[in-house]
Design a protein around this ligand. Sequence first.
Ligand SMILES: *Cc1c(COP(=O)(O)O)cnc(C)c1O
Length: 340
Amino acid sequence: RGAFIAQRDLRDFEQHLAAFTGARYALGVSNATDGLHIALRAAGIGPGDEVIFCSHTMVATAAAIHFAGATPVPVECGPDHLMDPAAAAAAVTPRTRAIMPTQLNGRTCDMDALQAIADKYGLLIIEDAAQALGSRFKGRQAGTFGIAGAISFYPAKTLGCLGDGGAVLTNDEDMRRKMFLLRDHGRDESGEVVMWGLNTRLDNLQAAILDYKLARYDQEIARRREIASLYQKLLQDVGELVLPPAPDSDPDHFDIYQNYEIEAERRDDLRAYLNEHGIGTLIQWGGKAVHQFEKLGFKVSLPYTERMFTRCLMLPMNRSLSNEDVEYVCQTIRQFYGYR
Ligand SMILES: *Cc1c(COP(=O)(O)O)cnc(C)c1O
């Protein structure tokens, strides 16, 4: 149809995504990083402002804050690997304007705790929900708590397209309007340029592919939760490991297991052993929290997060795994630590 940019398929997908997440508005963008960037700009955050983020995240979270002109302030994660609310509260200064929690590994933060901090100090919440489409806290979906949230459709995400893609969610009409303009050269529906804007659109073709996949997305989540249950069942007695929260361990959380991130004693030896047995694993972000990338100039130490990064490891988690594959992974881990 020659429908390349901002055509019907994009509008359909945006509607279906809004309905799926329960957000009032969803807007397709080029990628989640740009989504976070335009959300910050639309919220009026810029030079002189500080934004608190959890250092266990992709550099993209901090980069979005940086390119909005504000200062990214990294804080510790907690035992569930998500932003530690106490650390976030302790990092608030008179310049703090917002908290940007990452809904990491497909799990949503305790948003009551973060909202209480935001209320107390008059801060905005903008969620990095890049890894968390469909994840819920107390029944509400990741990306819909704050003034805006960004989702990623990078191919390795739970809902991946065939290239780069993302979306921003918001319940706020003014935010929707500003982000709509910011993503397309500041142009309104008639083509009139009403402000300075960027070019950060989701391609129509990618939107059509995503729309097709979104209709089947519940199966993706269900299978990932099944695999997580199997890992839990087969590894829970291994004392050398800390497993992520099990799928039904807490009624407040519904996790979608973008990743299955464990902590392990003798992590590097375990990883080498698994590799020798044909099992690929990953360490998130190349093995460093954001504040540990020296060239970025952060001058903090976050001991809890740094120790966690000597221990964390992601086990295989995707829909191509059979139950036998998962059993083989678990059996190999058990062998390594000397369990039957
Ligand atoms: C993937 C990811 C991003 C970036 O998403 P893009 O769509 O590639 O820009 C940001 N934050 C987190 C936590 C991610 O996992």
